[in-house]
Design a binder for this molecule. Structure first.
Ligand SMILES: Nc1ncnc2c1ncn2[C@@H]1O[C@H](COP(=O)(O)OP(=O)(O)O)[C@@H](O)[C@H]1O
Ligand SMILES: [Mg+2]
Length: 510
């Protein structure tokens, strides 16, 4: 049943849920209407997934009611919820990889006859896709599809089971900018046809772009439900984090000599295939150069060649005119290059070692801590304590192992440690990936402080919003090449999105 956009489809009243005595949801009210896209927003751990898992019959609430079309329901399984028209697309897909698209969609089809020909399955799937305005080749096997296509199949499968309230849990986390825009169009069309869409996200731009109303959860409590029209990103961020301060980056135009200079750089990836092709790039002291691009287009290899972790096939890399490529990893650190690695667990930390040792991982051999052959233990402890304090790392003590800290705290420690080591150049690869808003802001502030102190900063991120927020200049990377470099003031989101997808500047302009 659908309606005019004011009647509630699903209501949660006073929902509470605890896990092992810790409250994940505390008396939450949540109401969604027919024909609306309702964004459910909050930081990691706010309770978004838990609330929707309750609506979708996966968890049962400790207290409170769920109503569908005004009638109270008590879902004991996802099948009960789907019978009532509520279906959820999870962050991790549940498709059967070796089967075709048509077969996967029919897995959940209520009136699938026992035996049907492939032809009939494909025809019915095509017809259904036409009705829903969502298309994927019905004969393709799941493993042959891109992530964006697999997600479409998931949505179709839930719709095929009769869902009229569609819950999407962080659906854009795995999508490119182009795929996300396609998804937004589909979401708008489904809502226009009368469905309710609950769209979980923590990305503010998406909330503003796609939703009719929004609800903010913070630490298991509902902060607000309001129309999206008239809401601002900083207001939502404040409600999400409970903090006043929202990062506002002033961009600068730096002229003059390059600090880091790459000329004609080519390098192989781990499989021996060329991943960087004849690449030129410069970063000046006192600027942040942001690299925009979808992961896997040579960004990892780029960071690694600069930090001497990967050999060059050809070309040159210099820092203030001096050759970098021939140095050892240790020598690169010694001359003032910091590296926040993409794989912070594998490369940035020794999880079994105490926090204090991780704090000096790259500089224990320097004069600061070494007296001849002995290590200045008290010096290390003092340094670690200070680092923990300035980076606002939460750890029981500097003697606890790094592995006992949460991922966010590990990341903050690595970021601050590397920033301290970086006098001249800081290479930051996806430094805020997986962090919540507060932790991400801390790391971003660190990068800005470095820039302002005159360090050259190379920021690699697959989050385009982050690159646009942070970059004084922005370079777009695609298939191991730089597709264009823009000053922050001239950076057009759509144009950059096209370049990230491999469209040339000429095509993009037309
Ligand atoms: N199955 C579970 N067992 C224990 N704790 C859980 C479980 N699911 C969620 N939590 C906890 O509940 C809180 C809310 O989590 P979640 O709903 O996943 O947040 P969000 O989706 O907003 O990131 C978190 O503290 C999380 O650790
Ligand atoms: Mg979640």
């Amino acid at each position: 049943m659908t309606g005019d956009g004011t009647r509630p489809s699903v209501e949660a009243r006073g929902i509470s849920k605890a896990f092992g005595g810790v409250a994940a949801l505390d008396a939450v009210d949540f109401e969604v209407r027919w024909s609306e896209v309702h964004a459910l927003v909050g930081e990691n751990g706010a309770g978004k997934t838990t609330l929707c898992n309750i609506l979708a019959g996966i968890y049962r609430a400790d207290a409170g009611q769920v109503l569908v079309d005004g009638a109270e329901r008590d879902f004991r399984s996802p099948a009960h919820a789907i019978d009532a028209g509520i279906g959820m697309v999870h962050q991790h897909f549940r498709l059967v990889e070796p089967m075709t698209v048509a077969e996967n969609i029919h897995l959940g089809w209520p009136e699938t006859p026992g035996v049907v020909s492939q032809r009939a399955l494909v025809d019915r799937t095509e017809q259904f896709m036409g009705e829903m305005g969502l298309h994927v080749d019905p004969t393709a096997r799941i493993w042959q599809l891109s992530v964006g296509e697999q997600q479409r199949v998931e949505i179709l499968r839930v719709l095929a089971r009769g869902a009229r309230v569609l819950i999407l849990d962080e659906p854009t986390a795995v999508l490119t900018a182009k795929e996300a825009d396609d998804l937004f169009r589909v979401i708008r069309e489904l809502a226009a046809s009368g469905l309710s869409i609950i769209f979980i996200t923590h990305k503010l731009r998406e909330v503003l772009a796609v939703s009719d109303r929004l609800t903010v959860l913070r630490q298991g409590v509902r902060e607000i439900t309001r129309p999206t029209e008239g809401a601002t990103a900083s207001e939502i961020a404040r409600l999400m984090t409970g903090e006043e301060r929202v990062l506002d980056v002033e961009h600068r135009t730096v002229t003059g000599q390059a600090a880091l200079e790459l000329k004609g750089v080519s390098a192989l990836n781990d499989r021996g295939i060329e991943a960087l092709h004849d690449l030129d790039l410069t970063v000046r002291s006192g600027e942040i150069l942001g690299i925009a691009g979808v992961s896997g287009n040579g960004q990892s290899e780029l960071a690694e060649v600069i930090c001497a972790l990967r050999p060059l096939q050809s070309g040159s890399i210099t820092l203030d005119g001096a050759d970098l490529a021939s140095l050892s990893v240790r020598a690169v650190t010694d001359i003032g290059v910091g590296h926040i690695p993409e794989d912070r667990i594998g490369m940035g930390m020794v999880l079994s070692a105490p926090v204090k040792d991780n704090a000096v991982l790259h500089n224990y051999w320097t004069e600061e801590f070494s007296q001849g052959l002995t290590l200045d233990r008290q010096g290390v402890i003092n340094f670690a304590k200070q680092l923990v304090e300035t980076a606002r790392v939460q750890t029981r003590s500097v003697f606890s192992t790094a592995g006992q800290m949460s991922g966010g705290n590990q990341q903050r420690l690595v970021a601050r440690r590397e920033a301290l080591a970086a006098d001249r150049l800081l290479v930051a690869a996806h430094p805020t990936r997986g962090l919540d808003v507060n932790a991400a802001q801390e790391v971003r502030s660190t990068l800005i402080d470095k820039r302002d102190s005159g360090c050259a900063v190379l920021l690699i991120s697959d989050d385009l919003d982050e690159v646009l927020l942070m970059g004084d200049r922005i370079a777009v990377m695609y298939e191991g090449r730089i597709m264009g470099v823009f000053d922050s003031a001239d950076a057009d989101r759509e144009h950059i999105g096209l370049l990230m997808g491999g469209h040339s500047a000429v095509e993009a302009a037309s």
